[in-house]
Design a protein around this ligand. Sequence first.
Ligand SMILES: *[C@@H]1O[C@H](CO)[C@@H](O)[C@H](O)[C@H]1NC(C)=O
Ligand SMILES: *[C@@H]1O[C@H](CO)[C@@H](O)[C@H](O)[C@H]1NC(C)=O
Ligand SMILES: *[C@@H]1O[C@H](CO)[C@@H](O)[C@H](O)[C@H]1NC(C)=O
Ligand SMILES: *[C@@H]1O[C@H](CO)[C@@H](O)[C@H](O)[C@H]1NC(C)=O
Length: 578
Amino acid sequence: MGIKFQWVCLVLTVQALIVAGEFFKPFNVSYDGRAIIIDGKRRMLISGGIHYPRATPEMWSDLISKSKEGGVDVIETYVFWNGHEPVRGQYNFEGRYNIVKFVKQVGSSGLYLFLRIGPYVCAEWNFGGFPVWLRDIPGIEFRTDNIPFKEEMQRFVKKIVALMREESLFSWQGGPIIMLQIENEYGNIESSYGPKGKAYMRWAAKMAVGLDAGVPWVMCKQTDAPEYIIDTCNRYYCDGFKPNSKKKPIVWTEHWDGWYTNWGDRVPHRPTEDIAFAVARFFQRGGSFQNYYMYFGGTNFGRTAGGPNIITSYDYDAPIDEYGLLRQPKWGHLKDLHAAIKLCEPALVAVNSPHYIKLGPQQEAHVYSYNGSKCSAFLANIDEHNSATVKFRNQAYILPPWSVSILPDCRTTAFNTAKIGVQTSIKTTGLDVASYSNDPAPLKLMAPYEVDYISKTWKFLREPIGAWSDSNFTYQGILEHLNVTKDHSDYLWYSTRIYISDEDISYWEENQASPVLTIDSMRDFVCIFVNGQFKGSAKGKWIKVVEPVDLIQGHNDITLLSQTVGLQVIYLVLFFCG
Ligand SMILES: *[C@@H]1O[C@H](CO)[C@@H](O)[C@H](O)[C@H]1NC(C)=O
Ligand SMILES: *[C@@H]1O[C@H](CO)[C@@H](O)[C@H](O)[C@H]1NC(C)=O
Ligand SMILES: *[C@@H]1O[C@H](CO)[C@@H](O)[C@H](O)[C@H]1NC(C)=O
Ligand SMILES: *[C@@H]1O[C@H](CO)[C@@H](O)[C@H](O)[C@H]1NC(C)=O
């Protein structure tokens, strides 16, 4: 009897917990001119970007826990409309697009979530996240004051907010979501839409806030954002950034800690010291929320890479690499940086604006002192080439070039952004961060997930050249690539047959000319075949292609394979010249 009674009690307790919020005790989020305010307290927040469809669900929990271990408080992600609504009205929230599962994993790890709905997200993602069917809606014009577009956008944003609310994922429901974003870098292009641009931006802001999500909304790179939306910074450096009102905190939505890779280009690398410098300078000069874009970049699976040139890997040179392994020394150095910033958090949130002290021609201190004796300080040397010895509170400090020293007690240097691996030794899963070197991350130490889903045998198929499928059809003229493929394929074959007479041949011989195939304007890639033989290819954006071809007397088959490289529209215009 006794045992049975205990069991009943346990069940009741669990149920009560769920009612009170699945992950946190419900809390409100607001902000003032200094910081995001979580449950009544100003916070200095470190956020890490992870796009859920750029990893597999099997990887998510590992990535989130590695982020947490690295000192990240918030996970940031975009929402990918074309993944969630591949066909209008038919939603997909499964597998890599199981956003609810992802958000819940973030919550259950004790981290917050920053959801950037867009729904135009850019993100080096196919069509910037727009579903291709959006193009076929009569009268539609994207991202402007256009009724069909606004209706579709509102429908999707509403759907996502409702889904998050149904699943109790907002902070005031005990969920992890503390902040939302509407649109994305619209300020870059607003003026090109004339007055309709501004009207659309204001509509988007009002529509978003009208959804009553109960957490703050941001618009990035939107200097004219309305008073109830935080305008934020996306750049390599955001120290010195000021939002458009003193009532808004300084928020850095995209700190580009690396970059994406284009076909044929070198793999970008941003030095760890410089990233740490940028973060420290941001908090030094009054910043309050910083998001690494990306903390984990991942992979553009399938055909999700955006056009015209993005490769499959979206590694981004991020602190966690494409395979989910810690990238050292980046991850470890930033972990130490976050720990140092956290030591300063009480002072940073207590002070509205720091005391500035010029220490030298290119050296400066920002001091956050409060309640008489408590104090944190940042000492910066922005000279790129020379170290400097500065005097601060009667003590000498040596500052390496282009570096910030963080003094949580205004005396002792806890961290300098240029000094990698000399910070306190921190044990991490299977990897001693103190043993930094310039070598790549020691892969053999980490095996976070099984790789048995990779096929062990390779197959290849030889495809017939030309329009051989059941869906071939005849058309006189040139088609718009995307209008035909509807983005179900990157490829569109064109075939035509031309007749070359004896007279054509002798005309060419007499004039010492030879036939040339000319494509007036094309993108992104074309392969040219004549009579079943590959003749050449061209790539580019709206380029003219001139290809000499051998034609024989009689019938000649001209076949072109038009290709997108990530989503953009292709126009092909053909002319034959004799
Ligand atoms: C959040 O704010 C709302 C509205 O002001 C209030 O009703 C609610 O009690 C607050 N919740 C918490 C957990 O503070
Ligand atoms: C400053 O000190 C007062 C009195 O000791 C205390 O009530 C207050 O919370 C302190 N302020 C901060 C920001 O710690
Ligand atoms: C489509 O391709 C088949 C060969 O697979 C061919 O017999 C047929 O004529 C083609 N149809 C058109 C409209 O080109
Ligand atoms: C797209 O295709 C439809 C028919 O399928 C045609 O009516 C329309 O003109 C095409 N649009 C463009 C831009 O080519």
